[in-house]
Ligand binder design. Sequence first.
Ligand code: RAM
Length: 932
Amino acid sequence: MKWLIPLCAATLALEAHTTTGLKIEHRVHPYGLDDPNPRMSWRLEGDAEGLAQTAFQILVATSQDKLEAGEADLWDSGKTEGRASHARYEGKDLPSSAPVYWKARSWAGGEASEWSAATRFVTGRIDGEPTAKYISFKDERSFHTKRNELYLPAPRYYRKTFKPEKKVVRAVAHASALGIYELKLNGMKAGDAWFAPGWTNYRKRAYYNTYDVTKLLARGENVIGAVVADGWYSGYLAYGKLVGYGPHRTGRDIYGKTPALMVEIHLTYDDGSSEVVATDGSWKVTTGPEFEADFLMGEGYDARKEMIGWAAKGFDDSEWESAVLASSNGSVKQPFFDKFGKEVQEFGFIRPPVLQAYPAQPVRTIEELEAVAITEPSEGVYIFDLGQNFAGNVRLKLLGKSGQKITLRYGEMLHPDGRLMTENLRAARATDTYICKGDREGEIWTPRFTFHGFRYVEVTGCSQKPPLDAITGLVLHSDTPMASGFECSDPVVNQIFRNAVWTQRANWIDLPTDCPQRDERMGWTGDAQIYAASAAIHADVGAFFRKWLRELEDSVTKEGYYPSYAPYPFGHGKAIHGSAWSDAGVIVPHAVWKATGDPQFFTNHWAAMTRFMDARMAQDPLLKGTAFGAPWGDWLNLDDPTPHEYVELAYFTLSALLMSEMASAQGLAEQVKKYDRWVAMMRENFRKQYLQPDGTIRPESQSAYVLALDCGLLDDPAARKKAGDRLAALVGERSGPNATGMTTGFLGTKPLLPMLTATGHHDLAVSLLQSRKYPSWGYEVKNGATTIWERWNSYTAEHGFGGPNGTMNAAMNSFSHYAFGAVTEWMVETLAGIAPAEPGYSKIRLHPHFPSADAVSETDTISWVKAHHDSPHGRIAVSWKRQEDGSLLYEATVPPNTTAELTLPAVSPWKQADAKPETRTLAPGSHKIVVE
Ligand code: RAM
């Protein structure tokens, strides 16, 4: 044993600890929670070495005063023995549409902590779904049928005045829309969400958002206002226009023709009685300054038409029309075109059969970006550089004359001559228009019902060169708490990590999208499954995936297959599926369980997951791997394809392995047996069909080896070693002075570095990570990337955006696609060495992997790494460093209520390359270790 442990910062004496980090259903203080038995969690904080919970107690009350007085009128869990820092609510029925207060404390080493700070959430309609009627404007226009003509209707403004009869002590609103909406009360915006109520298959389910509007209420007359735009419901959606899907192949009105609004405000009076103000035919409706508003096409705003004070008292709405019940617009049957042909469908109002509380953090403005430069590639055309590719909007600030038209266009890249590059946006017009009102004090505008994926904004129509602060970037995304950090001695690698995190942020707009800029922005399942574990490292994505997994299940085909994207807006009941894409239905629940420790991610979906596996088995009963759905395979590989059937066998095996693990976690012994049997059969079929006597795989592609190793096709250690060696050789064969030799696509890239490390080629893995040659992550960074590109060859210095002789499709070329960013999973779990050994990190695997001092020839080999992850138990932080004397300095912070298994070589890896690893258990606290 050569480990030297000069310092263990933790003290042995027991110190007071605190109970903190309270969450309910993976959110901190949600507005709108409709689970009758929500999951409540907390964590322990304190410096005492080995701090571990022995018991907990939760108090839940209907008011803060009661909670503070210890009067838990909803639930007192009592002192409950155990280590789990989460429990399901088991108190009285939660009140509907009401604030609820709770706190928790924990015991450790015989000592109770103080009570945590009280936290609050607001319930949704626990007592049933909202019953308010959906309202619309009277829609008499004929259905849009022209594919080649854009149709962009104006959002509608709704207004209602009401006078509470008595003194209101509490007012809780639930609101939803078919479309997207913003709600106001007495001129003030309720909540801070963008794009509420999110994207669902509105024909099956919609969400409502809950707001505590007590403080927005006034005495006497009150005004509710709402603006409703097309959003996902009836706006241009995904690649519908491009490929000719949707009613009349127009790509819009996918779910219905006329957006609709639903609001109910629950007023509780001081005498205990209550009243509900809800949408009905007495509301008024009109259009406002926005003359168009569409996710893909952009927004137009005529400031001269602003209606000052429209959502407040005293505004004259006598010119406004009366709203109508959405159902009164009647039936609208139209031909719908999709992959499966033509079908006449209903585009009139259909009330979503399920209305639930929005289960995740909303999309919010997370950050503002100042412009870093302005260029003028041609006269009067100003391009603002925000310095970072992201998704969101801008705040425009300018001085203009009444009627002056300012046009904003958005792009991720510039052409070499400085022009905005928009070819890759395809049919997304991504253009906003602002018509000035001529305010001498200046004008400020932010579009509200669109977003773009961009770094550059082109501004035209100004009378003179605008100042730098004329444009501010608003970074929007689902407000998942960010949870990771990584730094090392190579700045290029640090930028790779930042690029991945930014790409996740740019694509976390209500659901995991593939890209934020072009006419796609869909929840592609292949991308999501590849990236899910990385996503869960970078952010607390529990609530986010809780929502999306419902969308995924809502889109399952009648055969039982998970679709290629979810929501699946085209097909209405039918969907394309495919190997590795459909597997998201199994892989994502597994990944989120591992990260959060919450089994509901698979228990809630177990029936659908089982049905999927059985349906897939039914089409390949001998489990040989047959073509399964669309043949995307190792998507966007570099001329090194892997057969579709092979990909199917690999992914079917992987899913069966994960199903077995999740079945075992539920104690389903028969199902464990079933999946284990399938795995054995598939391994045998793999040996027969693909594995050669010399240990090579035919047909040979880099991804064939990677998948055989990663998906569990190859279990024999000697065979794995051979496959790893051959994989390394294949990369080597293709490498050269200007080439890394990597050829893997979406499927092969994520496990490439992990499998090289696992088979003894860690130095090669590190040199690929650190390479600046083509293709690599570093090549992107060298060429200015601030996000991860869709393709290795999205841009090359030689061929620009179009590939050699324009052979590459510049239109399908996103600069913000996260699949290749999944390398960050290996960076944190393997290079830094932080991984969950048990779901939710209650047991942590600390197993860093060190490159040889001269592993990398292009640049200095990484000599130190620092990383952290904020787990459910608190921050896990590690660092390692190659010291000047060749020894290894390792430091780790292990959070309370966990244990960590640390594996380090017995002798410094830079003194003896093949020193045996040793594993030790680390208790919560800080640890500093020198390996000589
Ligand atoms: C592209 C999407 C996505 C991928 C599919 C197969 O259009 O952007 O990334 O999963 O195709």
